[in-house]
Each structure stands twice: as C-alpha cells, then as structure tokens.
Design a protein around this ligand. Structure first.
Ligand code: NAD
Length: 290
C-alpha cells in the first residue's frame, strides 16, 4: 500500500518504521524530526498526501491537526483515507472527518494506547471512530502497528474512548503514588507494598505495568530517573481534554477534575515539567497533609 505519514516524533517514527518493515511504501513529512530508515522524505505535507491510499497523522494537538488537514485534504486522491492517530479534542476530530468526507475521502480518528514501547514493538491498541469502509481499509495497517483495534463508533468515538481511558489513567496513577507515599510513612517496605497490591484489589496498570516506585515491579520510567515515557505535560493535556469534553456534555467527573488540578499544579510549578507522569510519587512522598 502507498502510505503517507505526517508527524514522525516519538510515536510516529516507530509506527512508520513498522509499516516499512512490513513492506509498505511510506512517504513522510515532519518539519523537525528525522525520517526513519526506509521512509521517503517529502518537501511538505501536501506532497505526502498526493498519491497516498492512506495518510496517517501523528501530531501534538488538535490545532496542528486542523492546520495540517487543511493542507492535505485538497491534495488527497478521491477514495483515500485520512487516519489521525494523535490524541486531540473530539471537536477537532469530528471537524476534520467532516471536511474529509465532504471531499469524498474516508476519515478515521484512531488514537492509540501503549506508549513509545508499544509503538516500537507494534503492540499498540487503536481506538477508532469513523465508517466501516474506512476501518476496513486501514485495518491491515492497525494489525502491523498494534495488537488490537476497536471500532468504537462514528467520527470522534475513538477520541472519546481515549480521553475516558486516560482520565482513568491519571486518577489511578495519582492514587497509586499517594498510596506509596502513605505506605512509606507507615513504615511499609515498597517491595512488600507492590507484592500485595499488584495481586490484590488495588491493582491497576499504573501499579502492575508502570510502577511509579524505582526498583519495584517491572522496569518503568521510575527506574530511569523519571525520564518520559509519558510526559506529565501530555497527561495534563489529556486530562484537560477529558474535562473539556465533560463540560460539553454536562458529565460529572469529580475525580477527573481533581486529577487535572493536581497535574496542572505539578506541571505549572515546574516540578513535573519534562518528567514522566509517574514522578507524582516523589512529589507526594515529599509533601505533608497541608
Ligand atoms: P512528539 O512531539 O514526539 O511528535 C510530534 C511530531 O509532530 C514532532 O516530530 C513534530 O515535529 C511534528 N509536527 C508538529 N507540527 C507538525 C506539522 N505542522 N506537520 C508535520 N509534523 C508536525 O509527540 P509524540 O509523543 O510522538 O505524540 C504524538 C501524539 O501521540 C500526541 O497527540 C500524543 O498525545 C499522542 N500519544 C503519545 C504517547 C506517548 O507515550 N508519547 C502515547 C499515546 C498517544
């Protein structure tokens, strides 16, 4: 298949590399990142779109997605599919899908879970919104880049699933970190704490797969000085998207609201900037109740 790939950063580069390894012809554009081996560089985003059967975007946010979409949609072949894998607001996802459909193109919002490790290993989970026919076209590519693709519904449904998932992630990471901080002060060994919780009813992905305590559980950013991984800024971005969506539909999300506030304080007072989102543990461990 002829594939265009726009946005070859931490996630996009390994995803594109997996498509090349599977034998696809990939043309890429990114104004800042180097092209992965085997991806042919294009001079701009429109040049990527021309001739591609599927164009994948992996960009920082909805504003950038909208500006890139305005460039590429007019350049895409009729019948081609625009598949956005970035995490963006539901409104941007729906607006871009509508513009693509108005020009006779297929469109999917297909954000991912699994992080840079999952992108490199080809084990991402894709949560997808859009038509059955567009999902069928891109399905074989999801199989190369990921282990699972769930077709969640119409345009925007993939982003809705993503922000709900990441709202849970933000809240469970904070809960896991504060439990470790409490355990420390109660004199409980962190390894014992992990051994109990990871096999008890307090278990979660944050504890079992991404343990925020260094030297405990599987290797995680905590073992690498809290270098991201998944940056605290990106967690905050996703939590804010969840709260923006919740306001739009009048949904009660008190835990999501509190998690958003705690990550905003963490990032904005400088403690969390540039660090993994699990660095909430040393922050809470260093604080008292007031
Ligand atoms: P990143 O910053 O490493 O990569 C984004 C890339 O987009 C950069 O290389 C940048 O140069 C490029 N870009 C910016 N403007 C562009 C434009 N106009 N045209 C073409 N390219 C442009 O970010 P990332 O970690 O790869 O994340 C990408 C998306 O995936 C984000 O929406 C993020 O929320 C989401 N995501 C990230 C992770 C993770 O663990 N890093 C996990 C799941 C989802």
């Amino acid at each position: 298949m002829k594939i265009g790939f726009i946005g070859l950063g931490n996630m996009g580069a390994p995803m594109a590399a997996n498509l090349v390894r599977a034998g696809h012809e990939v043309v890429g554009f990114d104004p800042a990142a180097p092209m992965p081996d085997g991806v042919s560089p294009a001079p701009d985003a429109a040049a990527v779109a021309a001739g591609a059967e599927v164009v994948i975007t992996m960009l920082p946010n909805g504003q950038i997605l909208r500006s890139v979409a305005a460039e590429i949609i007019p350049a895409m072949n009729a019948g081609a599919v625009l598949c956005d894998c970035s995490t963006v607001d539901v409104e941007s996802a729906v607006a871009v899908a509508r513009q693509a459909q108005d020009r006779g193109l297929g469109a999917l919002d297909a954000p991912v879970s699994g992080g840079i490790g999952g992108a490199a290993a080809g084990t991402l989970t894709f949560m997808v919104g859009g038509s059955d026919s567009a999902f069928a076209t891109v399905g074989p590519l999801f199989e190369i880049m990921g282990q699972k693709a769930v077709h969640c519904g119409d345009a925007g449904a993939g982003q809705a699933a993503k922000i709900c998932n990441n709202m849970i992630l933000g809240a469970t990471m904070i809960a896991t970190c504060e439990a470790f901080a409490l355990a420390d002060k109660l004199g409980l060994d962190r390894q014992k704490m992990f051994d109990v919780v990871s096999t008890s009813s307090g278990y979660s992905w944050s504890m079992n797969a991404y343990c925020p305590a260094p030297g405990v559980g599987p290797t995680s950013p905590a073992d690498n000085g809290y270098k991201p991984g998944f940056a605290a800024e990106l967690m905050l971005k996703d939590l804010r998207l969840s709260q923006q969506a919740a306001e739009g539909v009048d949904a009660a999300t008190p835990m999501g609201e509190l998690a958003t506030r705690l990550y905003a304080e963490f990032v904005e007072d400088g403690d969390g900037r540039g660090r993994d989102f699990s660095a909430m543990l040393p922050r809470l461990a260093g604080q008292g109740r007031s």
